[in-house]
Ligand binder design. Structure first.
Ligand SMILES: *Cc1c(COP(=O)(O)O)cnc(C)c1O
Length: 330
């Protein structure tokens, strides 16, 4: 299959660990819970974008590009991992970040700077809307930039999660573990679309449950974006399959105050996992998704015989930029 011939560079220590959360499962009295630690993949504090970047930066090198450009919010995990991936590949990195340059350089922004990325501030735009404009500027100075979309979410990037499902299937078989569900934070569609394709290929019985993190609607409703990206990703990897809206399980009841707004759900999820298992979640993505999983368990969504795998997608450097909100009510 075409999937085995796509350009790739190695950025992560794979497979990432899978462990069981016994204390928290006992505390909740629900199904067994496993956790997959993409926060520990080894690239500059880790995270799920590393898997996408192995293919995106692989393609940039195959095309002879000399730089990469991407965008996101000021505390974007995707941008920080892109800066690190570009450093590994010897490419210049340009980041288009939402907002104005803040006074405090902390969290991912500090890491972007240390990793040598060139930052372009884009005011009200936090989803990379100005990437084409900056890319054009770079081209006019003779550079050959490779454009990575917001979240690294196109078929090239999503393939990272097709491969991740293959990795997980092999890992679970070695561990003699069966899982019934995967729960994780879903935002720019790349992770969930890739998992959907990968699940059909490698773990067909597992239910993939995305917890929505961001309520902003773009041109296309979220489910439709998911369908388009999953179908394009299947084509990209050479898999014969098609997806429709009902193939995606997406929970949007946990949006709280909106993207990046920390509420009680996130604060208690961070404390619960930290204090029962010594594992840190990030305030924007994984805390919301983990809090949602805890809520679903409490509501009896899973049976005692189920085994739920929580996919830790990273993001922990933003803990430091949210210090005030996280310890306020302690
Ligand atoms: C980007 C990100 C996600 C969501 O991944 P998508 O592919 O954009 O859906 C989840 N968790 C963290 C920590 C992220 O940085």
């Amino acid at each position: 299959m075409r999937i085995d011939t796509l350009p790739r560079i190695s950025l992560a220590f794979l497979p990432t660990p899978v462990t069981e959360l016994k204390r928290i499962a006992a505390h909740l009295g629900g199904p067994r819970i496993l956790i997959k630690r993409d926060d520990l993949n080894g690239l500059a504090f880790g995270g799920n974008k590393t898997r996408k970047l192995e293919f995106l930066v692989g393609e940039a090198l195959a095309q002879g590009c000399d730089s990469v450009i991407t965008g996101g919010s000021a505390q974007s995990n995707h941008c920080r991992q892109t800066a690190a991936a570009a450093a590994v590949a010897g490419l210049e990195c340009h980041l288009v970040l939402g907002g104005e340059e803040p006074d405090a350089i902390t969290g991912n922004l500090l890491l972007d700077r240390l990793l040598g990325a060139k930052v372009h501030w884009s005011g009200q735009y936090r989803k990379g809307e100005q990437i084409p404009h900056i890319a054009e500027q770079l081209r006019s100075t003779g550079k050959r930039p490779y454009v990575i979309p917001y979240g690294g979410s196109n078929p090239v990037g999503a393939n990272g999660f097709v491969e991740a499902m293959r990795e997980l299937a092999i890992q679970l078989e070695k561990m003699r573990q069966l899982i019934t569900h995967i729960v994780f934070a879903s935002s720019s569609c790349g992770t969930q679309a890739g998992m959907a394709v990968g699940a059909r290929l490698f773990l067909p019985k597992v239910k993939v449950v995305g917890i929505r993190i961001d309520k902003d609607e773009t041109e296309l409703p979220f489910e439709e974006q998911m369908v388009v990206l999953a179908n394009d990703t299947a084509k990209h990897v050479g898999a014969q399959m098609t997806f429709v809206k009902s193939d995606f399980e997406i929970r949007d009841g946990y949006l709280g105050g909106g993207y990046g707004v920390v509420g009680d759900l996130e604060r208690s999820a961070i404390r619960l996992l930290a204090r029962t298992e010594g594992i840190l979640l990030d305030p924007v993505y994984t805390a919301r998704a983990f809090g949602a999983m805890v809520d679903l368990i409490k509501k009896g969504e899973f049976s005692k015989d189920d085994c739920v795998l929580f996919w830790h997608t990273g993001g922990t450097p933003t803990l430091f930029s949210y210090a005030g909100e996280l310890v306020r009510s302690q």
